[in-house]
Write a protein that binds this ligand. Structure first.
Ligand SMILES: [Zn+2]
Ligand SMILES: [Zn+2]
Length: 143
């Protein structure tokens, strides 16, 4: 009976060490953290895994990366730097969306700086901005 308990304990200890190894792989970016955590779990049976629970990084790497992307997307949203067609993040000076080629800004006729469609006047050279696409009434006049 004692042998069975011992075998069971060793199996549990190894399983815990393996779990710590798998779990740390998802939380540590450097291999030192993974090796260190696994060693603690191996050297200190059961207690090592318990210690690991307290010292491990609180979130998965993928979660951290997802949050980073979300923050980037949020920043872009606040600044209005998104393609209206495909939602791709675009730069403040892009004339067209690089993802779907949707027109984003018109170059100034005088100084060629990228102008926001909402602007009435070029902020760089004070020339009046022209919006050929934002006046549908002009199109009906042609026919
Ligand atoms: Zn686009
Ligand atoms: Zn201009």
């Amino acid at each position: 009976m004692l042998v069975i308990i011992q075998v069971f304990a060793v199996a549990l200890w190894l399983a815990l060490a393996y779990w710590v190894y798998q779990d740390s792989r998802r939380r540590f970016e450097n291999s030192g953290g993974i090796v260190g955590s696994t060693l603690i779990a191996l050297v200190l049976p059961f207690l090592g895994a318990l210690i690991y629970l307290f010292i491990r990084p609180p979130e998965y790497l993928t979660d951290a990366h997802d949050r980073e992307l979300e923050t980037l997307a949020l920043e872009a949203q606040v600044e209005g730097l998104r393609c209206p067609e495909c939602e791709a993040v675009v730069g403040p000076r892009f004339l067209v969306c690089p993802m779907c080629t949707a027109p984003l800004r018109e170059p100034c006729r005088r100084c060629s700086e990228p102008l926001d469609p909402a602007w009435q006047v070029c902020p760089y050279c004070a020339a009046a901005a022209s919006h050929p696409t934002s006046h549908p009434s002009q199109e009906t006049c042609i026919s």
